[in-house]
Design a protein around this ligand. Structure first.
Ligand SMILES: *[C@@H]1O[C@H](CO)[C@@H](O)[C@H](O)[C@H]1NC(C)=O
Ligand SMILES: *[C@@H]1O[C@H](CO)[C@@H](O)[C@H](O)[C@H]1NC(C)=O
Ligand SMILES: *[C@@H]1O[C@H](CO)[C@@H](O)[C@H](O)[C@H]1NC(C)=O
Ligand SMILES: *[C@@H]1O[C@H](CO)[C@@H](O)[C@H](O)[C@H]1NC(C)=O
Ligand SMILES: *[C@@H]1O[C@H](CO)[C@@H](O)[C@H](O)[C@H]1NC(C)=O
Ligand SMILES: *[C@@H]1O[C@H](CO)[C@@H](O)[C@H](O)[C@H]1NC(C)=O
Length: 415
């Protein structure tokens, strides 16, 4: 890690980018991926950096864990619902690159290597995601991609990786403006479409600035812009508040190919009540968020599995228009996701963010949700699909909303 080579690395990246700019080449993201929010499974929130396979052979970051989860995505019906990515997160590597500077998977925990694991996952009809970091180290202290962006992009492509999450620990945010685009360019140059998940805006937000979301969306498919989710209702509530504030109008940048990522689904872990699980699912659907579960698929209660596989929730999340729902100001918290550009439908949620008391009784008309077709709408309760009625814009929807719960509805106009 001698300083001169560091400087050369950074300079090379700047040089490549300025060449591209001089040549008038647009380094745009046209990889055809993430046309709807990606769905799948990722290890981080549930399994963290558990590398102790002697003590916890079934729960350590190893090829066995990813193979097992891939098997369960198929056998438990998640794949059929659209969950397709199996994503490796931090702590999968050896602490050193090999003699040629190539990343190496931990030799004991991934004895067959990543290419073999990718083949395994592909044979099940699933896709493999991997994790790296833009800085000198990953957050867990493994080799980062700084000075190796091109080499790592080529390595991942050669291994058959389908998605890369590029974190931003141990890096300088002033380097991100050219470094994250450089990785986008190098990934494109490999010729292998790989979904690009950037932690770039999260680090910009942490530094107290508002990210340039339009620029970020021109290089990244999805991006994190807030703190890591924890296994708690407080964490989910904080994320919903950040997305409601929408500082920088990041919701407007979402659409086919580009989505804000409020972080993993923790429905099925330890921290959320059943009401709170429903709230995370409804809100992640309305926010057009990636649905990347970080849970133990070996132990999912039937009612939780039914929520994770709820057809209406998934249909709202995967709506082809990819419009991100937003918070509407009101006497109580209301969220609306248009599912067409001409007021012909949408999903909405009434949220009760009170920490105590009993259910809140709320009434609201469709007009105030932006649903204005005079003929009215077929309105259904979102989770069950239960028909509420054909409601005109001024008719009231009445709902009882549990504390930390949600009332989730869908309105369709199809005359
Ligand atoms: C690379 O970028 C070009 C132009 O933006 C695009 O047409 C092509 O599909 C991209 N290839 C990959 C593998 O992402
Ligand atoms: C390094 O690259 C050379 C030339 O491609 C190759 O022969 C050698 O096996 C590589 N070494 C390692 C450790 O992969
Ligand atoms: C949302 O905005 C409010 C009012 O500006 C602010 O107090 C709060 O901290 C913000 N929340 C988040 C999570 O950014
Ligand atoms: C966000 O949008 C609102 C209107 O919807 C506008 O008033 C505001 O200036 C925008 N803010 C930014 C940072 O673009
Ligand atoms: C909601 O309540 C109002 C008055 O309490 C009633 O007129 C209306 O029909 C109710 N809406 C539905 C969909 O039942
Ligand atoms: C409601 O659904 C029925 C049955 O699909 C359809 O015939 C009718 O046109 C719909 N009404 C509205 C207002 O969309």
């Amino acid at each position: 890690m001698d300083k001169p080579s560091r400087k050369t690395g950074a300079r090379t990246v700047r040089f490549v980018l300025s060449l591209l700019l001089v040549a008038g080449v647009t380094v745009a993201l046209e990889n055809g991926l993430a046309l709807t929010p990606p769905m799948g499974w990722v290890s981080w929130e549930r399994y963290r950096c558990n590398v102790d396979c002697d003590i916890e052979p079934d729960n350590c970051i190893s090829e066995n864990l990813y193979m097992k989860m891939a098997d369960l995505l198929v056998s438990e019906g998640y794949k059929d619902k659209g969950y397709e990515y199996v994503n490796i997160d931090d702590c999968w590597m050896e602490k050193q690159r090999d003699a040629n500077g190539t990343l190496v998977a931990d030799r004991e925990r991934f004895p067959h290597g990543i290419k073999w694991l990718a083949d395994y996952v592909h044979n099940l009809g699933l896709k493999l995601g991997i994790y790296e970091d833009f800085g000198t180290f990953t957050c867990g202290g493994y080799p980062g991609s700084k000075f190796y962006l091109q080499k790592d992009a080529e390595t991942f492509a050669a291994w058959g990786v389908d998605m890369l999450k590029l974190d931003g620990c141990y890096s300088d945010i002033s380097d991100m403006d050219y470094g994250y685009p450089a990785m986008s360019f190098f990934m494109n140059q490999t010729g292998r479409p790989m979904l690009y998940s950037c932690s770039w805006p999260a680090y910009v937000v942490f530094s107290g600035q508002i990210p340039d979301y339009k620029k970020i969306a021109s290089y990244c498919n999805i991006w994190r812009n807030y703190a890591d989710i924890q296994d708690s209702w407080d964490s989910v509530k904080g994320i919903i508040e950040f997305y409601g504030n929408d500082t920088g109008n990041f919701s407007l940048v979402a659409g086919p190919g580009n989505f804000n990522d409020p972080d993993m689904i923790i429905v099925g872990d330890y921290g959320l009540s059943y009401d709170q699980q429903r709230t995370q699912m409804a809100m992640w659907a309305i926010m057009a968020s990636p649905l990347l579960m970080s849970i133990d698929l070996r132990n999912v209660k039937p009612e939780t599995k039914a929520l994770l596989q709820n057809d209406n929730v998934i249909r709202v999340n995967q709506d082809a228009h990819g419009i991100q729902g937003h918070r509407i100001q009101g006497p109580f918290e209301v969220w609306m996701k248009p599912m067409s550009v001409d007021a012909k439908g949408g999903a909405f949620a009434f949220l009760n963010l009170n920490d105590g008391g009993g259910p809140m009784q709320v009434s609201m008309n469709l007009q105030d949700l932006g649903l204005t077709q005079a003929e009215g709408y077929n309105v259904t309760e979102g989770f069950t699909g239960q028909f509420i009625g054909v409601l005109k814009p001024h008719d009231l929807i009445n709902a009882s909303v549990d504390p930390s719960g949600v009332w989730f509805g869908i309105a369709y106009f199809d005359c």
